[in-house]
Write a protein that binds this ligand. Structure first.
Ligand code: ATP
Ligand code: MG
Length: 576
């Protein structure tokens, strides 16, 4: 491609609307433009990167034996009612009606549609296993669309679904997808980690997320420094090895704490460590009140709570409910004399006594509380987020908590959808059996952003060669110089004949301006043709990632370039 015939509207200034680096750079490099909140147009450069990601995903899915289909994005409500997700999916599901007043939604995912397809197609065990996928725009009315392509409302996803005869087969399909994902994210040049993810309360199901490690990640993951353990925060188990406390403390006393609501405020006001304060959090689990106690310096893990209760929906209690159950204003709930029957406490609370808790009375806290003596605890369980102080649940080693961006998700579903939608087949004996499913997502558009988050510097993007819009920026330094232009044109044709993606900067602009754009656009290889170099029969080459500059002889360019290209690919862990 020639720059003068292309459209690359680069910007000098960083647009104010962008918070994270990938969003800033995608806008500055003229790769995307915002239409409205969370919805973007891909300009030519952006679309090239997106298409390259999609092509790698497609190749590896095909290699793994999956079949590509394309399902509609408009989906009838009736299917969603069959699985009860019409009610449970929440506001992310964009619903609308057609001219006949019938309900529809824009597909945020396609379990319902694909299960409907399969129940109409599959009759016999001979047709299974089957694995179908598509690459298609999804719509989720995200509460906080932000960070550009990272969390959009309309975004490109690869979603795949496996259908098996039995659990064993489903495990094989899952494994196949897991391996395909490893290959995909490796080929995309990403530094990633597969982590265990929560799979809810569905029996026999399991799940992994693929996380790109980056400071701007919205997810925290727990990684063991000693063993292979890695899990997302929702899932990471907290092991408590402490001893059950047998110490006694003096009797409960009321303390006035006017206007002191947060743990920090109460700790400062009563001059105690926040570790000695218990948070009493009130929830409604499938309509039933539940209270949870965790230490003041800890974070409750709602997924763990949900799994413990076995409820399909767990919500924070409303202020009215809090007032009703505590007979007090919001902010003073406590386990002593609480009007809630089910009270769960985090495991580690067994290891201490003499707590400070809310008094179920305005502006008042209780001190010297012993949970065994003064409260009714239904049970102790792992209910909080893992921290740096906790041991690895598998080997006891040290945990670190890096940030990650979820780019893929594999999920063994079991019969969640096939059962409610009656997707069955006849086995060898003519007996009807429920199909076992798995689902597998990849955030194709999010990957473009995640790659930039992981690889950038003050000058711009640094793309891995596999997904760079162009592998090579070929810069004709003085485009007015006939010899420079002639040589650049020759190299351009040569590179193209070698199957190398090249963007020839043939603009009549100052060298500094062109260098800046080349750095911003992030092609991993730069080749510079200048009149001074040509006098000596050389070109200048630059590795965008390392910044390493070298001279390359014009004579024998093809071979020398291809050797260098191999080296650059290898630095990204890729094969040229
Ligand atoms: P998240 O937790 O980030 O909201 P999710 O778990 O809801 O994602 P999945 O349903 O697992 O997402 O979808 C599969 C993949 O689609 C995710 O791994 C992610 O890469 C991508 N994805 C999900 N939501 C968005 C979004 N709003 N914008 C861009 N990509 C997304
Ligand atoms: Mg997910």
């Amino acid at each position: 491609m020639r720059f003068t015939q292309y459209y690359v509207p680069t910007l000098k200034e960083t647009p104010a609307e962008a918070e994270v680096i990938s969003h800033k750079l995608l806008l500055r490099a003229g790769m995307i433009r915002k239409l409205t909140s969370g919805i973007y147009t891909y300009l030519p450069m952006g679309l090239r990167a997106l298409n390259k990601v999609a092509a790698i995903v497609r190749e590896e899915m095909d290699r793994a034996g999956c079949l590509e289909i394309l399902m509609p994005s408009v989906q009838p409500a009736d299917l969603w009612k069959e699985t009860s997700r019409w009610e449970s999916y929440g506001k992310e599901l964009l619903r609308f009606q057609d001219r006949h007043g019938r309900d529809y939604c824009l597909g945020p995912t396609h379990e319902e549609v694909v299960t409907d397809l399969i129940r109409g197609e599959v009759r016999s065990y001979r047709q299974l296993p089957m694995n179908l996928y598509q690459i298609q725009n999804k719509f989720r009315d995200e509460i906080r669309p932000r960070f550009g392509l990272m969390r959009g409302r309309e975004f490109l996803m690869k979603d795949g679904y496996s259908f098996d005869r039995d659990d064993e087969g489903a495990t094989v399909s899952y494994r196949k997808m897991f391996d395909a994902y490893q290959r995909i994210f490796t080929r995309l040049g990403l530094n990633f980690r597969a982590v265990q993810a929560d799979s809810g309360a569905i029996g026999g199901s399991y799940s992994h997320e693929f996380m790109v490690l980056a400071e701007t990640g919205e997810d925290t993951i727990a990684v063991c420094e000693s063993c292979a353990y890695a899990a997302n925060l929702e899932k990471a188990a907290v092991v408590w090895n402490g001893e059950v406390c047998t110490r006694e403390c003096s009797g409960v006393e009321e303390k006035l704490t006017p206007g002191q609501h947060t743990v920090e405020e109460v700790a400062a006001f009563l001059d105690v460590d926040s570790k000695k304060i218990l948070k009493t959090l009130l929830f409604v689990a499938d309509g039933k009140p539940v209270a949870v106690l965790v230490r003041g310096d800890r974070e409750l893990n709602e997924v763990k709570l949900k799994n413990l209760t076995g409820a399909t929906e767990v919500e924070m209690a409303s202020p009215e409910q809090v007032r009703k159950w505590t007979q007090a204003p919001v902010g003073f709930a406590g386990p002593v004399g609480l009007g809630v029957e089910t009270v769960y406490a985090d495991l580690e609370l067994q290891g201490d006594t003499d707590w400070v808790v809310g008094a179920n009375k305005g502006d008042t806290h209780l001190v010297h509380v012993d949970l065994k003596r003064d409260a009714k605890v239904t049970g102790y369980a792992d209910l909080r987020d893992i921290t740096l102080d906790d041991p690895c649940p598998e080997c006891g080693g040290t945990i670190s908590l890096p940030e990650g961006i979820e780019v893929g998700h594999v999920f063994k579903l079991g019969t969640k959808y096939s059962e409610s939608m009656n997707a069955v087949y006849l086995d060898e004996n003519g007996k009807e059996k429920t199909i076992i499913m798995g689902c597998y997502g990849i955030g194709v558009s999010r990957i473009v952003a995640a790659s930039i988050e992981q690889n950038n510097d003050k000058d711009g993007m640094i793309f891995p060669p596999s997904i760079a819009p162009f592998e090579v920026s070929l810069i004709a330094l003085n485009a007015k110089d006939e010899q420079v232009m002639a040589t650049a044109e020759e190299l351009y044709e040569e590179l193209r004949s070698l199957g190398v993606d090249v963007l020839l900067d043939d603009r009549k602009e100052r060298p500094g301006f062109k260098f800046k754009d080349a750095d911003l656009l992030g092609a991993p290889m730069q080749v510079v043709v200048g009149s001074k170099g040509l006098e000596r029969g050389i070109l200048e080459i630059k590795n965008r990632r390392t910044g390493d500059k070298q001279e390359m002889d014009l004579a024998g360019f093809k071979e020398a370039f291809m050797t260098w290209r191999k080296e650059v690919y290898a630095q990204w862990g890729l094969e040229a």
